[in-house]
Write a protein that binds this ligand. Structure first.
Ligand SMILES: Nc1ncnc2c1ncn2[C@@H]1O[C@H](COP(=O)(O)OP(=O)(O)OP(=O)(O)O)[C@@H](O)[C@H]1O
Length: 621
């Protein structure tokens, strides 16, 4: 299948690209974080961005990738300032956003599949995945899981390589790496960068990497260097001319046996100067020296004539990466990617204890708890409140437990953010895959709970009532799960999203009509909160399902009179009993339409899913 693999790669490579940034300035308030930074990189070249901590390395990567807009200046691809960087570039951030339960091979293979057409032969994908795994020295770890909080996995350095591999395997035209070698020893750093360089050369990929203190051999793997200090350019040009600049331009020759990269950092580092004014003057002086030297020696950004030639390629960048255009092609691509994401979610949710394992245990435990505490409730008016509490508890606490899914959701969200930024798929495919694959897992949780406790408690007998109980509870739990996902999507900090989701659940419990009858709620809350509360509908439906059509016994007092805990319509007919519908009447839910309420519950769940989509459209990080 070598032929097909080559065809596949030739779709993207062999077309020259030049990425340029001209006079880029980025300010926050009045602070200039980048000042007039210019540079360019050609297909197949590797550019290192170096500088002391806080020099602006990550910021220039963000600007080049267009994740951050420059305050002034231009970023162009083949002269085109409108080039779609999310389609052209893959960005490897400093942190590794990976799904802990997937193996190394699965992680890289899913990334490859998400980036390729549905028609790509499996052999071609496998060849590409195997090549990347081997190039990055991950062959031995290929079948090992990444690891998470509950399961130890591969090492930090291996994770770094998996993240890089997941980007490389998509064959981006531009690869941006923020600290690709952090956590790697010097030998592995060199090997990884050599692999990246080989792939970049072979496929004409532009590589830009911010890097801290590379050793000499690693530094020599780069073609160009952009050296920054306090957001200013200290050097931009071929790595092999840095020596000459330090010697002739700055008068600081590299000492014998010293690494020019270390020496350059030493000369430009102002962090330990005690006088802040002196720091600024020093950097200013170095920036001016560089400008003069670059001008005199023809170094620095691309010359005008080359610029002219490249503008002829305007728009190629977009053409190369977008594949077939048109509405139907876009729909087909999204359906294909949603399918792959669903497949990945099935693996993730099945193996991830944090996603559903813990929750299945919790729902089982709660089922046993209800089954044994509310055991065998007598069908009497004295037990009406106990029965009501079963329904309240089921809706409120099963829903509440959806917060247990937040850690797994946050892990998934981080992976989504990385893959979305790299143009693999959008929020639509992600939300659809998450919404669909969540269904069977939550259903199993609710089914286990219901089977364990329904008959043991002695709720309204009969298969129809049981299945209604199951269906309503499932819808309620799915809605609560969707609510937790919305909160965690908007506020991706575990403790904060846990607090807000818990607060919301508590709030819905308070206005749902169980603790305080709905009609007794203050109008301010009754008029809106009670009616948008999913627990209102779920609780009313469960109560209706349980009480409608049953008869509950009442107590005969010593004087022979009949006592029911709720006003009974049956006493007047000579029966010492309470109709279930009398209870529904007392709760003001005797006339509800089962179908309407179930539809409203479903609509609330769908609204949460739409909000989840909108939040993810708006949130870029
Ligand atoms: N949005 C922002 N608001 C305020 N300050 C910012 C912002 N972005 C960056 N900075 C500041 O700009 C400077 C450069 O930040 P940047 O993260 O680009 O540096 P760096 O060279 O990547 O540093 P390091 O090597 O430590 O990661 C830092 O002082 C940082 O605090």
């Amino acid at each position: 299948m070598q032929g097909s693999s080559d065809d596949l790669e030739s779709q993207k490579s062999h077309e020259r690209l030049v990425l340029e940034w001209e006079n880029v300035t980025f300010s926050v308030k009045s602070k200039k974080i980048l000042q007039d930074v210019s540079g360019s990189v050609d297909s197949g070249e590797l550019l290192a961005i170096m500088g002391p901590s806080g020099a602006g390395k990550s910021t220039i990567l963000d600007v080049i990738s267009k994740r951050t807009s420059a305050t002034s200046g231009l970023v162009t691809v083949n002269g085109d300032a409108g080039a779609d960087m999310s389609a052209l570039a893959a960005y490897v951030e400093q942190s590794d956003a990976l799904l802990g339960v997937l193996t190394v091979h699965e992680t890289i293979r899913f990334a490859a599949r998400l980036s390729l057409d549905a028609t790509t032969p499996a052999d071609a994908i496998n060849d590409r995945v195997a090549a990347v795994i081997s190039d990055l020295g991950l062959t031995e770890a290929a079948q090992n899981r990444i690891g998470n909080a509950v399961q130890r996995g591969i090492s930090g350095g291996q994770k770094r390589r998996v993240t890089i591999g997941s980007a490389l395997v998509t064959m981006p035209r531009i690869l941006l790496l923020d600290e690709p070698t952090s956590g790697l020893d010097s030998r592995t750093s060199r090997e990884v960068l050599t692999a990246i360089r080989n792939i970049a050369r072979r496929h004409g990929i532009i590589v830009i990497a911010s890097i801290h203190q590379p050793n000499w051999e690693t530094f020599a793997l780069f073609d160009k260097l952009l050296l920054l200090a306090r957001g200013r350019t200290m050097y931009f040009g071929p790595t092999n001319q840095l020596d000459a600049y330090l010697r002739d331009g700055l008068g600081h020759p590299v000492p014998m046996h010293a690494n020019p990269a270390d020496h350059a950092l030493e000369v430009t580092n102002t962090d330990f100067m005690s006088d802040p004014a002196r720091r600024e003057v020093h950097v200013d002086e170095l920036a001016q020296r560089w400008t003069a030297y670059a001008h005199a020696n023809g170094l620095g950004p691309r010359e005008e004539d080359e610029h002219e030639t490249l503008t002829e390629h305007n728009g190629t960048a977009r053409y190369l990466t977008r594949g077939k255009r048109g509405f139907y092609a876009a729909v087909a691509r999204n359906v294909h990617r949603t399918g792959i994401l669903m497949e990945r979610n099935v693996i993730n949710y099945s193996r991830n204890l944090l996603a559903y394992g813990v929750r299945i245990g919790m729902y089982l435990g709660m089922g046993v708890m209800l089954a044994t505490i509310w055991v065998n409730l007598a069908q009497t008016s004295a037990k009406v409140n106990d029965r009501l509490s079963v329904h309240f508890f089921s809706v409120a606490f099963l829903g509440f437990m959806s917060v247990a899914g937040i850690p797994a959701f946050l892990e998934e969200r981080q992976v989504f953010m990385r893959e979305r930024m790299n143009g693999l798929y959008g929020p639509g495919a992600y939300v659809l895959a998450n919404s669909i694959v969540t269904l069977p897992y939550l259903f199993i949780c609710v089914l286990l709970f219901a089977v364990i406790c329904y008959w043991s408690i002695g709720l309204n007998p009969g298969a129809e009532h049981f299945f209604r109980f199951l269906g309503i509870l499932f819808l309620a739990v799915y809605t609560a799960e969707s609510q937790s996902a919305v909160v965690a999507a908007a506020l991706p900090i575990f403790v904060a999203s846990l607090a807000i989701a818990s607060f919301l659940n508590g709030f819905w419990m308070s206005v749902g009509g169980y603790f305080i009858r709905a009609v007794n709620l203050p109008r301010f809350w009754y008029d809106w909160a009670h009616f948008i509360d999913f627990q209102t509908y779920a609780f009313d439906l469960l109560v209706f399902n349980d009480f409608h059509g049953i008869t509950l016994g009442c107590a005969t007092l010593a004087d022979g009179s009949c006592f029911c805990d709720y006003p009974s319509s049956l006493i007047a007919q000579g029966q010492c009993a309470l109709a279930g519908d009398d209870v529904l009447r007392a709760l003001a839910i005797q006339g509800i339409s089962f179908k309407l309420y179930a539809c409203i519950l479903l609509i609330i769940a769908l609204v949460y899913r739409v909000i989840l989509y909108l939040v993810l459209v708006l949130k870029r990080r």
